[in-house]
Ligand binder design. Sequence first.
Ligand code: CA
Ligand code: CA
Ligand code: CA
Length: 328
Amino acid sequence: MKNLFSLWVLAVAVAGFVGFALLAQSGARAGALGGTAAGCNDLDGDGYGIGCAAGNDCNDRDPAVHPGAVETCNFKDDDCNGLVDEAPDCVAPALDGSPVHVPAGSFLMGSETGATDEKPSHRVTVSAFVLDRYEVTNARYQACLRAGACAAPSLSSSNARAHYFDDPTFADYPVIFVSWKQAQAFCAFAGGRLPTEAEWEHAAAGSEAPRTYPWGESPPDCSKANFAGCVGDTDRVGRRPAGQSPYGAFDMAGNVWEWTADWYDAAYYRASPVQDPTGPSRGTLKVMRGGCWVSGESTLRTTCRKPGLPSSWAPNVGFRCAYPEVRP
Ligand SMILES: [Ca+2]
Ligand SMILES: [Ca+2]
Ligand SMILES: [Ca+2]
């Protein structure tokens, strides 16, 4: 699934926008098309799926999730209306607009048990910096757009929502369909920059005993991260305090992949500087971190790296910004 999706994103970036737009809209339209096809593709047996008379299924891995189901407080969109835990008794934590402080630290970056590009694990020292507590939201990006400092996302939909960036309902959801260059422009507007890979990994894993996941060693579930099988789309930032990083950043695993400043080189860790590495001096691909709403567990690991064309954009890629440390 991960590889297929990666290929799809790459193919779209290369081939152009028309097919992509159709794909992006398909989730939103599928419900209206239900009942027209002879074949009903219902993987979880709840009666809903692609081409089924009852309608599409927003999560065909979970028979308890389908249109018309009761919304419960489980970090999933049970009734497939694009909103998570909107039942009155479900309480999402209020948002805190302040960024988090990441102290200077030395930590083991990379993993000896991960993918080839995560090896070797090597000691890195990173200076103190400040990082957005959440992924950059549609509301923040809208402000940059209004100020004339940002270009609009390439599409205003999301995977399953026909209107997203342009719908105030999703103001506190991560901005998507933005390229690396758009992310960089936003961070400059906000008085910062994109975090380096080393900064990102330090912020996600900590330095005492680097964590496999931002919250620690326990396996992912929908209360800690929005990944495959939870929502099937982006979710409001900051909903999952159980998934916080050691320094209090939210959603560093799941929701959207996050652009970082560095060029991608699978072999970079063999020659990385020890102090504040900034990645290769040149390249063709930029590094994304943190996994996303469609990712499997492995990509939620704090050491997982994913390359992407800096001009590309996708429904599962966003970013957060880093800022200079404010000295008293
Ligand atoms: Ca189904
Ligand atoms: Ca819902
Ligand atoms: Ca729910």
